[in-house]
Design a protein around this ligand. Structure first.
Ligand code: AHG
Ligand code: MN
Ligand code: MN
Length: 340
């Protein structure tokens, strides 16, 4: 049978081939897809490049973590004579510096800073970041990550930063992503047009597209929760855990949110950090942990809730606000909620 394409379908096939071939370098990918952004000024592209660059610097520090410990044991100074700094503080400095220099970001919210950081420039974007997630895993050589959310500022550039620029709902994000410093380093991000994953090639110092158009399976058989805290969970959470056991699901919990999320994104699963006796509002932070992953989950076909309500709809009242967090395969998140 003779096949024919009209102009439109031929063009769209061609453009998807250009936009998503495996092995495309991150810079080229960002450039090829820039026209998708609502504000195609190139600023968001530059911002993503700044984040990628800072992540490469952090990756270098993360890879040296064990060595730094050894050197730290000899004396508390590194070879350059600087005081040793905790890796999460260092990561915060690296990202803040890269974003400040870039000039696209006017304000930054970070786990490491009590208040937001006003970068005093004309930048149109606000960033919320967990520079190093899973920091308790650094010393034991287990995967850690960086999580970021990007928002447009709401007040006009050139005027003082206002609360409405900072306390934005997750649904206002224009881009979000994470870096996973794992057996290989990956950058996974979305600008609201699906989720793409890039793997870092250290000898070339470049990220390459390795996971185009990521989709989370609708169902899965992995549950990720700190089960040691079971006694302080509410009855519906305990019942759901029992359901997972009855179904012979696998329990997998790294204790690094990024690593647990990434595995479940690829394989199908659910991550839960519910309210506990110690943290009645949940432990995880809405602005720089949950919102980014919720956006990515939805963009990949999954979902994210508090166990009841959609994460991306939660009104922000505080920079360091916490929430209960259920994220992952759509049917699993729904099932877990049905126990409430
Ligand atoms: P951070 O290292 O940025 O403080 O975040 C740690 C978070 C998250 O990565 C992880 O899923 C969770 O805390 C683990 O908490 P528990 O040790 O209470 O399970
Ligand atoms: Mn964290
Ligand atoms: Mn952190």
């Amino acid at each position: 049978m003779q096949r024919s394409f009209n102009n439109t379908s031929a063009a769209s096939i061609e453009s998807s081939r250009i936009a998503h071939p495996i092995g495309t370098a991150l810079d080229r990918f960002i450039k090829n897809n820039q026209a998708q952004f609502q504000y195609a000024s190139g600023e968001l592209s530059q911002l993503l490049r700044d984040i990628a660059l800072a992540s490469k610097v952090v990756n270098r520090e993360v890879n040296k973590a064990g060595l730094i410990d050894i050197m730290g044991a000899v004396g508390s100074q590194n070879m350059a004579g600087d005081e040793q700094q905790k890796l999460d503080v260092l990561a915060n400095i690296r990202f803040t510096r890269a974003l400040a220099k870039g000039g696209e970001v006017c304000a930054l919210v970070s786990e490491e800073s009590e208040s937001f950081v006003d970068l005093n420039n004309e930048g149109q974007y606000m960033i919320a970041i967990d520079p190093l997630d899973g920091s308790s895993n650094i010393d034991v050589n287990v995967s850690i990550g960086t999580i970021f959310s990007i928002y447009r500022r709401k007040s006009p550039a050139g005027t003082p930063i206002q609360q409405i620029d900072i306390l934005q709902k997750g649904s206002d994000q224009v881009a979000a992503g994470y870096v996973l410093y794992g057996s290989s380093t990956m950058l996974v991000y979305t600008t609201g047009h699906g989720v793409n994953g890039f793997t870092y090639e250290p000898t070339l110092g470049e990220y390459f597209l390795s996971h185009p158009t990521m989709r989370i399976p609708e169902d899965g058989r992995i549950y990720s929760i700190n089960e040691g805290l079971t006694n302080s969970f509410a009855a519906p959470v305990r019942d759901y855990i029992q359901f997972c056991k009855d179904e012979n699901y696998s329990a997998r919990y790294v204790g690094s949110l990024v690593a647990d999320f990434h595995r479940n994104l690829l394989k199908g699963g659910i991550y839960i950090y519910p309210a506990t006796a110690k943290d009645p509002n949940g432990k995880l932070r809405l602005m720089y942990e949950c919102n980014a992953l919720a956006y990515l989950a939805e963009q990949a076909g999954g979902s994210a809730t508090t166990g009841k309500d959609r994460i991306l709809d939660i009104e922000l009242k505080d920079l360091h606000q916490r929430t209960a967090f259920y994220v992952g395969s759509r049917n699993m998140v729904e099932k877990a909620a049905s126990f409430s």
